[in-house]
Structure formats: structure tokens, C-alpha cells
Design a binder for this molecule. Structure first.
Ligand code: HEM
Length: 416
């Protein structure tokens, strides 16, 4: 099977994820056009034996149905990784995203209020202030690497603030969340597999140590932050154990940091590649910004996949699955499914309706931070594109990862 010069579409090969985005999009279009989901051997990873393989769900209908039936498509054996995570990883990475109801729902309830639209709206002033400071600094610095100077700063500051993490720890948080979501990228993770496992566990340990010290302070004097909510939470009559507290904290800081930053970097690239869409947005920013943000998330799909494992035999859209089969929900592909989106390869900020699954499809694990991410994206893009209307992106340096559609570095220019 040849797609744009590719001998074989191997979603488990790092080489596939190093291809330019357009070639990957062609490959997924090819997979969607086939009658049945393909079955793939699992990727090699530093931390576990090779598992049994997985079906690649590339169509919108399959991604939606699997998300809607969590009793059949379980997250409990791992959602964020295709291979099962070994037990020593659970201490740091075994949080609610990798747990099923009813325990998942109880854990999610501890923090869900803080992420509700009403409470997130209360952060509007903070988000605006931080975004304005970032753009002040950008104008003072001049053309620079957009990722650390702009895209990474807003989500980092806001999630650290919500957690009650002091400012002098922000860099340490970013360094460690970068390692945890580094995929297979040698800039962050050693190519020596044993060394890579130690780096991942070290990043988990560093964040766990941070929350342990914050938790001790908050247990003595609770404050109005998420760490206080976590230490005082009572689930089934029990407090969170220290491992549960650590993994919950790590999930929130990793998810809060690494995704919105990716969407912001893609937004600058998209508004550079499609100047007509930038002009359209700036012509009526207040009325178009919400739909523009949805289209940025659809088009860039910052989180590429989540995995599920079958709890029973099941037939979905003509394909039989067996108990214990693994399926991988490719959001990037569902978001370009021509059965749902007309002209899906077109970046169109007026697209409506836009039922993308960039934050997951409807179901119990739908992104907890979606309201926060949308608000951060709206505020930052408004601030950036109105105050630096001629800003453009140069060539991106992409993260080598099958999980996050990440940008490590992105030169930006402005001012003629
Ligand atoms: C553009 C930015 C973001 C994107 C594209 C994104 C995407 C996703 C996706 C695809 C899922 C999995 C849904 C599923 O399995 O059905 C998810 C879950 C999650 N997200 Fe986000 N996310 C973003 C921002 C955030 C932010 C800012 C936070 C803040 C803490 C966050 C916290 C979470 C959490 C905690 C979960 C797990 C929810 C659960 O298991 O119940 N996300 N996100």
C-alpha cells in the first residue's frame, strides 16, 4: 500500500510520526477509506514487554461509539498508552484518566467543580492579565521562539496558580511535564531504553515530591486551591493515599500544561499558513473567536489518541471485537472524517456545526479542562492577534510522539 511515497502505513513505527503532517493526514484518509479498522502490532517501549496489538479506530463513528460505551470500552487497563503500564508507573501515572466508573466518577467529582464554566469564568481576569503580560514581554523581546516565550507560559501559569504551586517552581514543573509527554523525542528522553525509564520515573518522583510538600502545608492550613481540595477529599470514607494524590496532581499539571500550549503553537502556524482566515477573524474578532478556537482544536488535534480495552465481545459498525482486545481512538483522524466534516482538510474558522472530538468524544472521560483550555485559547489569541497583528510563524521543530501533536520550538517574526 503506497500513500505519498510510504511503503506501508505503520502507526506503531516512530518513522510514521516523524512524517510531515500532510503525509500523515493522507495516510489516515487512506485508513478511513478501508472497510475495516486495521490491526497493528504494538510499538516497542522502554517500560514493558510487547503486548498483543491493537485495532486502529480511525472513523468518527467508531471513536464516538467506543467513548459512549465505557462499560464495554474500558479505560481501566490504560488510556494514555498503547502498551499496559507496569505497576511501578501506577504510582505516578495511574490516575482517573486510567480508571473506570464508579471510582473514576468519585475521583473526578473532587475537582470537577473547579473546572466548571462558572468557576473558570472567575479566572477570566487572571487569564487576561497573564496573557497581557506575556504579549508585553513578547513585544519587548522581539522575534523569538514562540513555544517557551508565549505558548507554554499561559497554561503553565494558570494551572500552577490553580494548584497553589509557587512561582519559583514553574520551571521545574514544565521541565518534568515535558519529560512525561516527550513520546520518543531524544531532546527530552534518552534513546537508551533503561535510561528513559529512569528519566520518566524521575520526573514522576520530582512532581510527587512537590505535591507531598504542598499537601503537608495545606493539610495544616487549607487554602482556596486544588491541592487543598485533594488533601481534604474524602472518597468512600477514605482520604486519597499518597500515590493517588501524586498521580492526580501529575495528571492535572501534565494535562493542563502540554495540550493548550500545543494548540496555541498550531494556531500561530495555521494563521500564518492561511492569512485569509486571520483576516476573517480580525474583521469580526468578538463574533468569530469561539468558532475559530474550535477549528484550531479540530484541525490540530493536540491529543492524537486515547486507548480502550474491551470488557466483553462486541460488534461495532460491522467489526467483531473480542474481550481483552485493545482499540486506539485516533481523534486526529475522526476530526478529518469526510462522513462528518465537509472538505475536512480545509481550515475554516466559520465551520458550523463543528462536532470535533479534539477534547474526546462525549463520555465520562471527556476532557475535564475543556472550558479552561477554550478560555485560555480565546484570551491569548485575542491579545496576540490584536496587539501583534503581523506576527507569523517560521519552520516548526516538531515533537516526535504518536500521542501529542507537539511543537518543541517555533520561530516567530513580526514588525516587518
Ligand atoms: C487544547 C487543550 C486540550 C486538549 C486538546 C485536551 C484533550 C483531552 C482528551 C482527548 C482527553 C481524553 C478524553 C477521553 O478519554 O474521552 C482529555 C482528558 C482530560 N483532560 Fe484535557 N485537553 C486539553 C486541555 C486540558 C486542560 C487545560 C486540562 C486542565 C487540567 C485538562 C485536563 C484533563 C483531564 C484531567 C482529563 C481526564 C478526564 C477524565 O479521565 O475524566 N485538559 N483531554
Amino acid at each position: 500500500m503506497t500513500v505519498a511515497g510510504m511503503d506501508e502505513i505503520d502507526l506503531s513505527a516512530n518513522e510514521f510520526w516523524a512524517l510531515p503532517l500532510a503525509r500523515r493526514a493522507d495516510a489516515f484518509a487512506q485508513l478511513r477509506s478501508e472497510g475495516r479498522p486495521r490491526f497493528y502490532a504494538e510499538p516497542e517501549v522502554p517500560f514493558s514487554e510487547k503486548g498483543p496489538g491493537y485495532y486502529a479506530l480511525v472513523r468518527y463513528a467508531d471513536v464516538a461509539e467506543a467513548s459512549r460505551h465505557p462499560d464495554v470500552f474500558s479505560s481501566g487497563k490504560g488510556a494514555t498508552s498503547i502498551p499496559d503500564l507496569p505497576v511501578e508507573f501506577n504510582e505516578y501515572f495511574g490516575s482517573m484518566i486510567n480508571i473506570d466508573d464508579p471510582r473514576h466518577a468519585r475521583l473526578r467529582r473532587i475537582v470537577s467543580r473547579a473546572f466548571s464554566p462558572r468557576l473558570i469564568a472567575k479566572f477570566e481576569d487572571d487569564v487576561r492579565r497573564v496573557a497581557a503580560e506575556i504579549v508585553d514581554d513578547l513585544l519587548a523581546t522581539g522575534p523569538c521562539d514562540f513555544v517557551p516565550n508565549v505558548a507554554a507560559r499561559l497554561p503553565l501559569t494558570i494551572i500552577c496558580d490553580m494548584m497553589g504551586i509557587p512561582g519559583d517552581q514553574y520551571d521545574m514543573v514544565l521541565t518534568n511535564t515535558n519529560i512525561i509527554l516527550s513520546g520518543a523525542d531524544p531532546e527530552y528522553l534518552s534513546e537508551d531504553l533503561d535510561q528513559a525509564v529512569l528519566q520518566l520515573l524521575g520526573a514522576g518522583q520530582a512532581l510527587a515530591d512537590l505535591v507531598t510538600s504542598l499537601a503537608a502545608a495545606r493539610a495544616a492550613a487549607p487554602a482556596d486551591d486544588l491541592v487543598s481540595a485533594l488533601v481534604t477529599a474524602n472518597i468512600d470514607g477514605e482520604q486519597l493515599t499518597s500515590a493517588e494524590l501524586a498521580s492526580f496532581f501529575i495528571l492535572l499539571v501534565v494535562a493542563g500544561n502540554e495540550t493548550t500550549r500545543t494548540a496555541l503553537s498550531h494556531a500561530l502556524m495555521l494563521f500564518t499558513e492561511f492569512p485569509d482566515q486571520r483576516a476573517l477573524l480580525l474583521a469580526d474578532l468578538e463574533n468569530r473567536i469561539e468558532d475559530a478556537v474550535e477549528e484550531v482544536v479540530r484541525y490540530s488535534s493536540p491529543v492524537v489518541f486515547m486507548r480502550r480495552t474491551l470488557t466483553q465481545d462486541y460488534t461495532m459498525n460491522g467489526q467483531d471485537y473480542r474481550k481483552d482486545d485493545k482499540v486506539v481512538l485516533y481523534y486526529n483522524s475522526a476530526n478529518r472524517d469526510e462522513a462528518v466534516f465537509s472538505d475536512p482538510e480545509r481550515f475554516d474558522i466559520t465551520r458550523k456545526p463543528n462536532p470535533h472530538v479534539g477534547f474526546g468524544a462525549p463520555g465520562p472521560h471527556y476532557c475535564l479542562g475543556a472550558h479552561l483550555a477554550r478560555r485560555e485559547l480565546r484570551v491569548m489569541l485575542r491579545e496576540l492577534l490584536t496587539r501583534v497583528p503581523d506576527i507569523t510563524a517560521g519552520e516548526p521543530d516538531r515533537l516526535l510522539s504518536s500521542f501529542i501533536n507537539g511543537i518543541k520550538h517555533l520561530p516567530c517574526q513580526f514588525g516587518g
